[in-house]
Design a protein around this ligand. Sequence first.
Ligand code: UT7
Length: 327
Amino acid sequence: MSLRGRIIGTGSYVPKNILTNFDIGKMVDTSDEWITERTGIKERRIAGEGEAASDLSLQASKRALSEAGIKPNEIDMIIVATMSGDMPMPSTAAILQGKLGAKNAAAFDINGACSGFLYGLSVADSFIKSGMSKKLLLVGVDVNSRFINWQDRSTCVLFGDGAGAVVMKPTRTKRGILSTHLHSDGDLWDLICLPGGGSRHPASSESIKNNLHCIKMKGNETFKAAVRTLEKLALNTLKANNIKPSQLAMLIPHQANLRIIKAMAKRLGLPMSKVVVNLDRYGNTSGASIPIALDEAVREGRVRSGDYILFEAFGSGLTWASALVRW
Ligand code: UT7
């Protein structure tokens, strides 16, 4: 059996503050009915004052490490997938390394936006396959609420905050990460972007006045691109592993829109009982959505040893990614 990465512990954390559709209805011209019908979202979590990406990551990581029975100083690598880290530098992974006391770990962030966790899973698996990492912590975290224009109803209803983490180690069994598939199309970078605060539009009173530090999205174009792309991605991922959709125990999709998720399930012929959905409670938590959904599925006892689980995500870049895992 060839060497591959295997997830041996999961953890997640969402902030306590809940913002419902009714709360948002008091801020902009929208309604619970519109948001529920078009997205499936009912409420989302908002990080408290002073609560940043590394704080959410710390809670999720502690839970994943405890589940895996691994001490922080045994971890040799920390990867954080985020587009809303504590600050541009240092990396959120480095800050997390310090907070955890993971003294023997290298640490870096990757930015794959909503596909970030699956990009991270692929990078993590590669480090494990090459022998460079023996015990790895991968976190998906986003504090989207800090980058929302709360007057823009086309985006403020969609996003939420949260973190999910997994601990991985090598295996030579039939279990683990069977394959990962990564894609991008930078020609469509402006479908979802946060243009301010980088070297293109550094922070200035002008950039702040124009809300350049907030997420912008061409929702409907993104929606169509997501449905088109994800169907092909899922079928290709199964084909690469000689697996039929009927052999899947579970689909864990990125939680952006219930209509996108239902279209995927229908295309694969999967009943919704095999699909993990939590966007009704958390909205779109970007890089955190898949690891939070995985952790909840594990803790609810929905995942069994030997199960085939398909993960897929789509987001800014554009990027899209998938993974087939045997639990
Ligand atoms: O995680 C990264 C990937 N992200 C995604 O995959 C998100 C993909 N996009 C979507 O989920 C959907 O496109 C949205 C939920 C964002 C929007 O749904 P839609 O069915 O594509 O609506 P739309 O943008 O075409 O807008 C339809 C109407 C417009 O009004 P008119 O022009 O028809 O009069 C909008 O102004 O809905 C209006 N609208 C709203 N109305 C009430 C837009 N946002 C709202 C709102 N409340 N919050």
